[in-house]
Design a binder for this molecule. Structure first.
Ligand SMILES: Nc1ncnc2c1ncn2[C@@H]1O[C@H](COP(=O)(O)OP(=O)(O)OP(=O)(O)O)[C@@H](O)[C@H]1O
Ligand SMILES: [Mg+2]
Length: 375
């Protein structure tokens, strides 16, 4: 069973659209697919025509009340089961705060129930909180939907650090399968620049003990297509709403690519995870302290000074602060990792640094320049 978390803490990048339609395309290809809605907004649930309500058994009941996963599965289409969300789920993060092993509850429930599916797709909320951690704890793969514009790249460093942290502390088999570019417009120069930057970032991880060492940018790009935005309001997938649209073609193509990876691309084993001090350099930022606190367990050292959320606007300062997990390994005597320099900067910051002759070499400058001087 492949368990894939669709994850990006950035909002509105196409996580739910990808879960809905990739799921539909995998089911069309004959696979049994379970979709789990981890987002209290319940967009995945609504997109499959299910009205979230307190009466129905939802993910909330599974996480909080120990109801079986099997009770919560709603057959929404041939080959597709859905575990719905509801607004109650927003309270789950708070209700679980004092529960031991709170980030592994979903994993335990799935292990106990052993539902019979080929694919489980987890639609994560736009945050790195407890619900996303539950997804990462049980997943074998992460797929990152991303819009290829400058700001979309800004959170990737933090996202990858979270994946890395979970892979080291809780789920060593976790791998980043790849990045799927959504709302893609091949005409823009920026899309091409972002793809180049991502490619060189991924290439530089090849052969290293990192969860994204074998990641790819999926060849199937999801083009901007109005039908994809229309279909949810009819409670339909793109395949049933307009099977001849570009959106349908793109998600069928993505499904084919993912089916083609079965048993090869992200198989764990070749990569040794222990003692690994590598960290993502793409927009290096420290992890959010709540993620560290949840994952890092008792042995964690005092966290490094908290960098405010606005750190993205001052990337050089942010990059100079090693993240807490690295500090933990330094204390444990493992080879010291040098703090990395942020490679992506905001346009304003790029202009300021350029004036002061401090623009980082390579991709960062390119992206920032492109934003500054489109065309
Ligand atoms: N390829 C596309 N073309 C046009 N519109 C799209 C495309 N992909 C997604 N959308 C639209 O963009 C909006 C955001 O997409 P979606 O809800 O899938 O993002 P998300 O990452 O799940 O958001 P959130 O972080 O709020 O959960 C939706 O209105 C969706 O219909
Ligand atoms: Mg969503």
């Amino acid at each position: 069973m492949r368990i894939i978390a669709l994850m990006n803490q950035k909002g509105g990048v196409g996580k739910t659209t990808t879960t809905v339609n990739l799921g539909a395309a995998l089911a069309e290809a004959g696979k049994r697919v379970l979709l789990i809605d981890l987002d209290p907004q319940a967009h995945l649930t609504i997109n499959y025509g299910v009205e979230p309500s307190a009466e129905m058994v939802s993910l909330y009941n599974v996480l909080i009340e120990e109801r079986s996963i099997l009770e919560a599965i709603h057959e929404v289409q041939a080959n597709i089961g859905l575990i719905p969300s509801s607004i109650d789920l927003a309270a789950a993060e708070i209700e679980l705060v004092s529960v031991l092993g709170r980030e592994q509850i979903l994993k335990k429930r799935l292990e106990t129930a052993q539902p019979d599916f080929d694919y489980v797709l987890l639609d994560c909320p736009p945050s790195l909180g407890l619900l996303t951690l539950n997804a990462l704890s049980v997943a074998n793969e992460v797929i990152i939907p991303m819009q290829p514009h400058f700001l979309a790249l800004q959170g990737v460093g933090k996202l990858l650090e979270t994946v890395h942290l979970v892979s080291r502390r809780m789920n060593p088999g976790l791998k980043v399968a790849g990045i799927v570019l959504t709302m893609f417009d091949s005409q823009t120069k920026l899309s091409a620049e972002v793809v180049n930057d991502l490619n060189s970032f991924i290439d530089s991880a090849k052969g290293k003990a990192l969860p994204w060492a074998n990641a790819r940018i999926f060849r199937s790009k999801i083009r901007r297509n109005i039908k994809l935005a229309e279909s949810p309001s009819f409670g339909k997938t793109i395949l049933s709403y307009d099977g001849a649209s570009n959106g349908a073609a793109d998600y069928r193509s993505l499904a084919k690519e993912i089916l083609g990876m079965e048993g090869v691309a992200v198989a764990p084993g070749a990569v040794k995870m222990e003692g690994n001090t590598e960290r993502p350099t793409l927009n290096a930022q420290r992890s959010t302290s709540n993620v560290e606190a949840t994952v890092a367990n008792e042995a964690a050292p005092p966290a490094a000074p908290v960098v405010p959320a606005t750190a993205a606007a001052t990337p050089v300062a942010a990059a100079a602060t090693p993240v807490a997990p690295v500090a933990a390994e330094q204390q444990g005597g493992v080879k010291k990792a040098k703090p990395k320099v942020a490679v992506l900067v905001s346009p304003e910051e790029a202009a300021r640094l350029k004036a002061a002759n401090k623009v980082p070499e390579g991709a960062a400058g390119k992206v920032a320049e492109t934003v500054n001087n489109p065309g």
